[in-house]
Every structure is written in C-alpha cells, then in structure tokens.
Design a protein around this ligand. Structure first.
Ligand code: FMN
Length: 148
C-alpha cells in the first residue's frame, strides 16, 4: 500500500492523492489479528506524505479509530459511513471531521447537496442493483429533483 501510494504521489502530486481506510471492515472475509496496531502503524507512515486527505470509514468497529487516527495523521480528515445530513453536519460542527463522505445516498441522489440544501426527501438506494453488471441501472438512472 505504501509503495503504491508513493508511486501515485510521484505521478500526480501528494495534494491529488488521498486514501480511504476501513478498519475492521470484514467484507470478503478480510480479518486482521491486531487491527489497532496495524492502522496506528499505517497512519504513522502516512503522516508527513502531504496527502490530500485520510478518509476513515467505520462499519461496526467498536473501537474509536477516529480518536486514534486523526491526530496521528495530522492532515485533512474525512469521516463516512452511515451518515445522515444531521449526523454529518454535527461531525463537522463539532470539529470531529474536516469533511464528510456519502456513498449510497449519493448513488441514489445525484443531486444530494441540493436536496440537503432545500430539505428535500431522498430517493432510497436500491440494494439489488449494487455490484450488478455494468449497466446504467442503479448507477445513473436515479431521478434528480429536476427530472422527478
Ligand atoms: C455500490 C457500492 C459499492 C461500493 N464499493 C466499495 C469499494 O469497492 N471499496 C470501498 O472501500 N468502499 C466501497 N463502498 C463503500 C463506499 O465507498 C462508502 O464508504 C460507503 O458507501 C459510505 O457509507 P454510506 O453508504 O452509508 O454513506 C461501496 C458502496 C456502494 C454503495
């Protein structure tokens, strides 16, 4: 990972390279016997590279990785996963994150920022079309406020 990052930074410049980490995310049976040590070490190595951001997504981890990793990184810190407009705004207002990340809500709402701005209802994501063959369905066919 560190070698790949260095190659990307050499090619594009550190300010155009960010990294997302999902500690304890066990999708595809990924496990780590000592995740806290692993991620502390990794983020210590990231510090000083001048990366554009570190994005940490927690999917059910009990340990507070944000408290451990944000100070170690020392740069722009993004939090995402399971956020709502309210919880996201609170994270930023409380100074817990520099920016927030939306995945499924953005997939289902191509105009998500505008919907947040005007307080509009959100389209629900259709989980059946996740990871589906590369067709438009479920990726670029959700309606915007303008087309609904
Ligand atoms: C269809 C789909 C595919 C995704 N694929 C990946 C992936 O390959 N790697 C990854 O790190 N996260 C992946 N994610 C997770 C997102 O990058 C993001 O972390 C997550 O959706 C944020 O949580 P939220 O959907 O609750 O906002 C995927 C999410 C969706 C909805």
């Amino acid at each position: 990972m560190l070698q790949v990052l260095d190659a990307m930074v050499a090619e594009a410049g550190a300010d155009r390279v960010g990294i997302k980490l999902s500690p304890e995310m066990n999708y595809n049976s990924i496990t780590d016997a000592a995740p806290q040590e692993t991620y502390a070490y990794l983020v210590d190595q990231l510090r000083g590279k001048g990366l554009a951001y570190l994005h940490v997504a927690l999917f059910g981890a009990k340990f507070d990785y944000h408290a451990m990793l944000r100070p170690r990184f020392g740069g722009t810190y993004l939090i995402g996963s399971g956020l709502t407009q309210d919880s996201a705004e609170k994270l930023v207002a409380d100074g817990k994150a520099d920016a927030v990340v939306f995945g499924s809500a953005f997939l289902a709402n191509p105009d998500l920022p505008e919907r947040f701005r005007v307080g509009a209802a959100l389209n629900a994501p259709d989980h059946k079309t996740y990871f589906s063959p590369p067709t438009a369905q479920g990726y670029i066919d959700y309606p915007t406020l303008a087309t609904a």
